[in-house]
Design a protein. Sequence first.
Length: 306
Amino acid sequence: MTVSLDTLAEEFSEYRTHLLGVAYRLTSTLADAEDAVQEAWLRLSTVDRSEIKDLKGWLTTVVGRICLDRLRSAAVRRERYTGSWLPEPLVTPLSGAPGEDPLETIVRDDGVRMAALVVLDKMTPEQRVAFVLHDAFGVPFDEIAETLGVSAATARQYASRGRKAVADANPPPRASLDEQRGLLERFAAALASGDLKAVVELLHPDVALIGDADGKARTARRVIHGAEKVARFLLGLMVRYNLPDDVEIGQPVLVNGDLGMLLPDRPGDAEHLEMTRRVSAFAIRDGKVVGFYDVANPEKLTRVTV
């Protein structure tokens, strides 16, 4: 039985948000995710729908195959990237009831937290596709093997290596928003006081600060590790940018579902540097800040409209 294009479009629309979530988790960029979903629709529109028994599974596998190609191309592009690379942040409003925006649905998934995506970005394209498709979305290994062009046994090995990478990195689970808000308020107060000891006490010993600007803005050029080094770096920024200690300097938002800040452009003067627009996200472990993610690359902020 032939399915009309309108009917096919309605079926596809039911899974569009799911597919965006799959593609973003695989590529870490919203533009690539949207392109992959659009390409999946084009492929669907050219096949016989009656031959597809499980449309959601078929589309998920197709998106995985498209994203694999994009990941392989991205690996080459990143060799020319200046400094650290972070995922494109998904910024949604902090206040108000959750809406129907696909992004607000996607960021509820624990696997798209910034800390989790940073781990995925360290995998090979094959490991990432096998791990995400199988462990997160339940795609059978024989279908993943076909996507990767390998045997089912090799696909299992790729997923196993991805699983081990996650276990070794041990990204922290998502803390409640109340816990995040309380800790970050205390941390902001410690920074405002200029008290090094107070700042260090709120940082996890394994804390890392990662900046992403690709040479287009100021941020940390290399990853900064350790509580005291991160504390001194942040206190230095308070002085160099002349950040106020008694007023809000940014807008609280959700960044990939966790509490973060959208910081606007801030002009400099003869004694202080200007600060360009950026999104800052955080990760918490054991009641302390264990990860700072400073996305300052303007190309990754074009979709931030909050």
